[in-house]
Design a protein. Structure first.
Length: 400
């Protein structure tokens, strides 16, 4: 008789999935997802400011007619429905970047656009330049693609062009990933002269630029800066990412990618393998919404509310943070970046904060290389000024 069957161990998981750490931000949100917690951690838009009625009407219009409903519930093209691509192109043109609909691909959030670009541009071992600190999920995505991440020296205004040029000449990177406007996590904005210099360096030295702009519509003061993609020298080498998450609703999972034709085609091939296409019904509802509603007027209302919330956070920080702390005053976006005095560790102090029913994101995970453990990111858009004031009182008690 045959002997007992011995189970063999399963083959190992892919190395890249075990070598790249999970998101500390998502872990924090899972711990703090309690109604009594006032969280400055997640970059969550304020739900009470969603245009629920307008979006409900857009979905109703999408699903009301037999032909329209059948189309909305059917498969669609990988690039996106034409109505939404035209609307995105028109909005880009209104912001100073002439764009045709066929230069745009609709993505399942701008996070997917990052993933598609990593797949289209990167081979294992390619060098990717990033700001330091920068968006954590971008670091994860590039690391999963096998890239070697290298930080570009920055100051309180962002990338230092001379340092960027030196690194590009020495390392021959494949791309630079940047969030020039209201950066995540720091909230800083790259000045116009530096944008022109970055575009010039990319054009002269042969560098792809990935320009992530999820927050650009949320400006509370100051004059807008042009996209990198609009600068001479960068137009044929810039992938521009945008999102409806911050101005309509993140649950729609709608973003977009504008890129030169060869790169856009490669991204489409990557998207075909990833998800075939972004939700048809969500795309058509967004197109209906943009045709029926003045989105810019809605965004103006959101900006007014967020400006008050930013000011409430800034007003309360002197009492909440220990003496000697530093923080910036962002002109827009969703985040304030703070640094505690010597001897403090924002990661170690988070446990005390959560015990006081308040949360923030430690700054360390956003760094490439040696992190600054004294830093933390505070989101001001999610809560009302009254809630922000109470959250800061709790934070002050936790840090003391």
């Amino acid at each position: 008789m045959p002997g007992p069957v011995t189970a063999l161990s399963l083959p190992a998981l892919a190395t890249r999935t075990t070598a790249v750490a999970g998101s500390p931000i998502r872990d924090i949100l899972s711990v703090t997802d309690r109604p009594e917690v006032i969280s400055f951690a997640g970059g969550y838009p304020a739900p009470e400011l969603f245009d629920t009625a307008g979006l409900r009407a857009a979905y109703a219009a999408t699903l009301s007619a037999r032909g329209s409903a059948a189309r909305a519930l059917q498969y669609s093209t990988t690039e996106g429905v034409p109505e939404l691509r035209r609307a995105i192109a028109a909005r880009a043109g209104a912001r100073g970047l002439p764009t045709a609909a066929d230069q745009v691909v609709v993505t399942t959030g701008s996070q997917q656009a990052l993933s598609l670009l990593a797949g289209a541009l990167l081979d294992p071992g390619d060098v990717v330049l990033v700001e330091n600190p920068t968006y954590l999920a971008a670091l994860q995505g590039f690391a999963l693609a096998g890239a070697r991440l290298m930080a570009v020296p920055c100051d309180e205004d962002g990338i230092l062009p001379d340092a960027l040029e030196e690194i590009v000449r020495r390392e021959r990177p494949k791309l630079l990933y940047t969030i020039p406007t209201f950066q995540n996590p720091t909230g800083r904005t790259l000045p116009g002269a530096r944008r022109a210099a970055v575009a010039d360096i990319a054009g002269r030295l042969g560098l792809w630029l990935v320009e992530d702009d999820p927050y650009g519509d949320l400006r509370y003061e100051g004059a807008p800066e042009p996209w990198l993609a609009a600068h001479p020298g960068a137009q044929d080498r810039t992938a521009l990412l945008g999102s409806f998450s911050k101005v309509m609703a993140p649950g729609l999972r709608l973003g977009w990618l504008r890129a030169p034709a060869p790169l856009l085609r490669a991204a489409v091939v990557a998207k075909q393998a990833a998800d075939l296409h972004t939700s048809t019904v969500n795309q058509l509802a967004a197109a209906h919404y943009l045709a029926a509603v003045d989105l810019d007027a809605h965004v103006a209302t959101v900006r007014d509310a967020y400006r008050v919330r930013r000011d409430a956070l800034l007003a309360g920080l002197p009492e909440a943070l220990p003496p000697g702390s530093e923080w910036n005053r962002p002109e827009g976006g969703m985040f304030v970046w703070a640094r505690l005095p010597a001897g403090y560790d924002a990661t170690a102090l988070l446990k005390s904060a959560v015990a006081h029913d308040v949360a923030y994101v430690p700054g360390a995970p956003f760094f490439t290389g040696t992190p600054d453990h004294r830093t933390l990111r505070l989101t001001f858009v999610t809560h009302t000024p009254v809630e922000i004031a109470e959250g800061l009182r709790r934070l002050g008690r936790a840090l003391r």
